[in-house]
Design a protein around this ligand. Structure first.
Ligand SMILES: C[S@@+](CC[C@H](N)C(=O)[O-])C[C@H]1O[C@@H](n2cnc3c(N)ncnc32)[C@H](O)[C@@H]1O
Length: 556
């Protein structure tokens, strides 16, 4: 562990706050989509900074498991908890090593059993032969374009009568195998429409193909290999849905601007939005492409120097040679069984208010996996009226968890919290919880999102970075130290204006983005245990400063 220095009351206040840049997701971190994945290089930096080898790292909201995998890769023991079964499934599949030979053999068997069956659903009959359709473009419920392969060459064609007849000959009701019938929670914020069922996200043809594939995967005897292929399935199912939009590029062709734009495949990214113009992609191709990508990463992973010894209860980590615990349960239930002062470090990224309703967004995966999470125990603010998940419930549950984190963490050890919000009350409530615990803020920094991380904030003045706040568990008598107080902006108005001015001046001719100024001020003042309402800072900026495009350039 590096020497951890008390940075909070540095006199050198004008020094720009430290921002960690983020590596992109590749290899094992790019196998499966998850919302708000955190940059692995930043997570590793903090694990190395605050722990020694063999110590226990806890992430009570582990999501796709980046902190868990980084802990194992750096020879720490790891505990991952998440209420979302998909999150624990992704974590486990991402970190597990598996026999490549067994996987390749099983894939061959799968191919023999289902490939031709599935491909027959996408038959494209032309005068010169019968081909397999790879992509179909639908516009307002009408088939408008067909792509198929002819001698390995991509052919783009208008649909024939027979193509349309085949594509529209399927119906949800006649599918003989399992497919998910759950209803999405109605939530316009994530484009989940009223009374939409999970299967409505797919064309009946693709749903049939998926159900054939799913049935064969479920028939695999070996539990680990079965889980591996389920992982390939859930990792590819979004791309087999109607949520894949059409990207249109007007670029040049033979030196001239194209008359009609070139259509390219987009990807499923945000919520449950089904664009008016969308793809229907051959399910076998989606699955095989994802499988190949995962296999490639697994080959590299098998050579990585770590072993997983998964236990089932906290004692396994405390008193035996196990190095991993994963709990597919609400954290508020799991931590109750942990002894006081048993954990060496907590690093976590809890749900940030209303930014992502994880269980609603994961319903598509969980329903295929036939998992039924405890929705009422999710810590989240949801716009879905069907859920009754409001701020009060969110802060109450978060408070219970933070109290438990304080209890299980060893004295003098650290808790790093990744967080951000554009909402004043979220920050105020967060600190009112922390202020009542034996946590002392010792550092606050920012980090960028990894390129390609799903659903960044697209709202005006949106977030481009998150904060990472690190607290030390103190003794009871230190309790009153360093409480963060909410201060009225009027108390420091002139000081703030001067700070912003200098900060902009230091940026040369370029100016500063809103989020950079807000980050700078937040860090500067939180280090002095002061918190201002973000909305007041925004107002002050707008009133006193001018900008050039998105950049603030100086005083009005
Ligand atoms: C911000 S995400 C974590 C993402 C993670 N850092 C990553 O890199 O993938 C927050 C997580 O908290 C989980 N969560 C919400 N309520 C929970 C609860 N009561 N118990 C445990 N996990 C919960 C969500 O399912 C979600 O995966």
């Amino acid at each position: 562990m590096e020497m951890v220095q008390m940075k909070l009351f540095e006199t050198e206040h004008e020094k720009e706050s430290f921002n960690h840049s983020a590596d992109t997701y590749k290899g094992i971190y790019a196998l499966h989509k998850y919302w708000s994945k955190k940059p692995h290089n930043v997570v590793r930096h903090f694990i190395l900074k605050y722990t020694n080898e063999d110590e226990i790292v806890l992430d009570p909201f582990c999501g796709s498991g980046i902190s868990i995998i980084e802990s194992l890769l750096t020879n720490r023991k790891a505990i991952g908890i998440d209420i979302n079964p998909s999150a624990i499934f992704i974590t486990k599949q991402t970190l597990s090593k598996i026999s490549i030979r067994d996987i390749e053999n099983e894939f061959k068997r799968l191919r023999e059993r289902v490939e031709s069956k599935i491909n027959s659903l996408y038959r494209v009959v032309r005068k010169d032969g019968v081909y397999i359709g790879t992509h179909f473009i639908w516009e307002n419920g009408k088939l408008v374009e067909v792509w198929y392969k002819k001698n390995r060459r991509k052919v783009i064609d208008t649909p024939s009568e027979e193509d349309v007849k085949l594509a529209t000959s399927f119906s949800y009701e006649t599918i003989p195998y399992f497919y998910p019938k759950e209803k999405l929670f109605y939530n316009p914020r994530i484009n989940a429409n009223k009374d939409t069922k999970v299967y409505n996200l797919f064309t009946p043809r693709n749903l049939l193909a998926l159900s054939i594939l799913w049935k064969e995967i479920n028939a695999i005897n070996d539990e680990n290999i079965r889980a591996f292929f389920k992982f390939c399935f859930t990792a590819s199912v979004g791309q087999a849905s109607n949520m894949v939009f059409v990207v249109k590029r007007r670029g040049k062709f033979n030196g001239k601007t194209r008359k009609s734009p070139k259509k390219e495949v987009g990807s499923w990214v945000i919520g449950y939005w089904i664009p008016k113009e969308h793809f229907e992609i051959n399910v076998w191709n989606c699955f095989e492409n994802r499988y190949k990508k995962i296999l490639k990463a697994k080959k590299i992973q098998n050579k990585m120097n770590y072993i997983v010894r998964e236990g089932s209860k906290i004692e396994d980590l405390l008193f035996s040679d196990y190095n991993l615990l994963l709990f597919k349960k609400p954290v508020q239930d799991v931590l109750k069984d942990f002894p006081d002062n048993s954990i060496d470090y907590v690093i976590t990224d809890p749900p940030h208010g209303d930014r992502q309703p994880y269980l609603e967004l994961s319903l598509m995966w969980n329903s295929w996996l036939e998992e039924h999470p405890e929705y009422n125990k999710e810590i989240v603010v949801s716009d879905s009226k069907e859920r009754n998940k409001n701020k009060e419930d969110y802060f109450q549950l978060l408070k219970e968890v933070f109290q438990e984190i304080e209890r299980v963490l060893k004295h003098g050890r650290y808790f790093s919290l990744m967080f951000n919000s554009l909402d004043d009350n979220t920050w105020i409530n967060l600190f009112s919880i922390i202020n009542n615990l034996n946590f002392e803020l010792i550092d606050i920094e920012t980090f960028e999102y990894s390129a390609g991380s799903v659903v960044q904030d697209t709202r005006a003045g949106g977030l481009k970075t998150d904060f990472i706040l690190t607290f030390r568990k103190t003794l009871l008598m230190d309790k009153d130290k360093n409480k963060i107080d909410v201060i009225s902006i009027n108390c420091e108005k002139d000081n703030i204006i001067e700070l912003i001015e200098k900060y902009i001046q230091n940026s040369g001719n370029h100016g500063r983005y809103t989020y950079q100024i807000i980050n700078y001020l937040t860090i500067y003042f939180i280090k002095q245990t002061k918190l201002f309402k973000l909305s007041d800072l925004f107002k002050l900026l707008q009133k006193e400063f001018k900008r050039d495009g998105n950049l603030w350039v100086g005083r009005r």
